[in-house]
Design a protein around this ligand. Structure first.
Ligand code: NCD
Ligand code: ZN
Length: 344
């Protein structure tokens, strides 16, 4: 197969940032995707419907002339989330979903939830109104090894939460382990997961062999090879429970190449090309449209997009760097050649 035409896809997990960085990166997501679930971990975070509406407008203002892109906003949950504002924001269409960051788990998560028990009334309301909860599934206990934090989160937090609220609609964001895949597969239809391109392409060696490679560092951190293989199977097997979420998370080059480098991989510019490479390698090009364009809308109860995008087999050189606003960014696959590109 030399070309593949699919319905226009969506990105169900992206960090578009704000200010000059937003103006620098928004075009990449808008070029590839019709819609995106926009993460709320700004500084300060997006916790109120009014803030989300204002942020959405800043995103619209940052898009290139004529872009056809619909940002779907999320609420950053804190210990003191106002559940009435949240529910009203959802009913009025400002908030598509809410995001649970365990406090301290990742970039700009300091105001996150310190104990899921603190937000039980909020989650009960979300269950009642059918609002989707996006979960960063990692515990933050200092005594838990960083490579085990996802599996321990499932065991200690998410499993019990879903026992208490079996109807809660949950997206397990950026799944990185065989445990997460197994949990999602064995849960009801109200539980799904997003998978990033990087976790399909790299295991932890990419970060640590031959020197420390900060551009392969994101959270949750890439795991062992057998986890990567479990993710590739989950993404490409045709299950409706897994869908595309890039977790594109730009940080300036110098913030990554640092004694304490930021977590996040900027994959937005070539996300589709990166994913489709995996589907081709797995002999599953026929499953790509489901993963990229159908499973997400079905889970979020949104219509699929009009229009199509065509990917064609042709060499694509990924640049070593991309300028965005005042920052230099290093994209995922920097300096490599991919075998697919988006046809004009
Ligand atoms: C994200 C960021 O930089 O905002 N970083 C990352 O490594 N994925 C936050 C997140 O999604 O964990
Ligand atoms: Zn993220």
């Amino acid at each position: 197969m030399n070309s593949l035409t699919i319905r226009r896809p969506d990105d169900w997990h992206v960090h578009l940032r704000d200010g000059a960085m937003l103006r620098g990166v928004a075009e990449y997501t808008a070029r590839q995707f019709a819609r995106a679930i926009v993460m709320p971990n700004l500084s300060p975070p997006v916790t109120k419907a009014a803030d989300a509406a204002a942020y959405r407008q800043r995103i619209m203002d940052a898009l290139p002339e004529g872009a056809d892109f619909n940002p779907l906003m999320t609420c950053y949950l804190t210990d003191s989330t106002d559940r009435e504002d949240l529910a009203r924001g959802h009913v009025e269409g400002v908030f598509t979903a809410a995001k649970l960051y365990p406090a301290g788990a990742t970039t700009n998560s300091a105001s996150g939830v310190t104990d899921v028990a603190n937000i039980y009334p909020v989650l009960e309301k979300m269950q009642e109104i059918g609002m989707v909860l996006c979960v960063h599934g990692e515990v933050t206990d200092p005594d838990i090894d960083i490579f085990d934090r996802e599996a321990v989160f499932i065991e200690r937090i998410l499993g019990p939460l879903l026992q208490d609220m079996p109807g809660l609609r949950v997206v397990f964001e950026h799944a990185t382990t065989a445990e997460a895949v197994g949990f999602v597969e064995s849960s009801g239809p109200n539980v799904a997961a997003t998978i990033t391109p990087q976790h399909l392409h790299i295991n932890r060696n990419a970060m640590l062999v031959g020197g420390i490679r900060p551009h392969a560092y994101c959270l949750p951190v890439a795991k062992r090879e057998h986890h990567r293989l479990a993710l590739r199977l989950a993404a490409t097997c045709g299950s409706e429970k897994f869908f595309l979420g890039t977790d594109s998370a730009p940080h300036a080059k110098e913030a990554k190449e640092s004694a304490c480098g930021c977590a996040g991989i900027f994959n937005a510019p070539y996300a589709l090309e990166s994913y489709v490479t995996v589907f081709e390698e797995e002999g599953a090009l026929d499953k790509f449209e489901g993963f990229a364009s159908l499973n997400g809308p079905r889970f979020y109860r949104l219509p699929v997009n009009d229009g199509t995008v065509t990917l064609e087999k042709a060499p694509l050189d990924v640049p070593a760097g991309i300028e965005a606003g005042e920052s230099s960014l290093v994209p995922f696959h920097a300096g490599q050649q991919l075998g697919w590109r988006i046809a004009d």
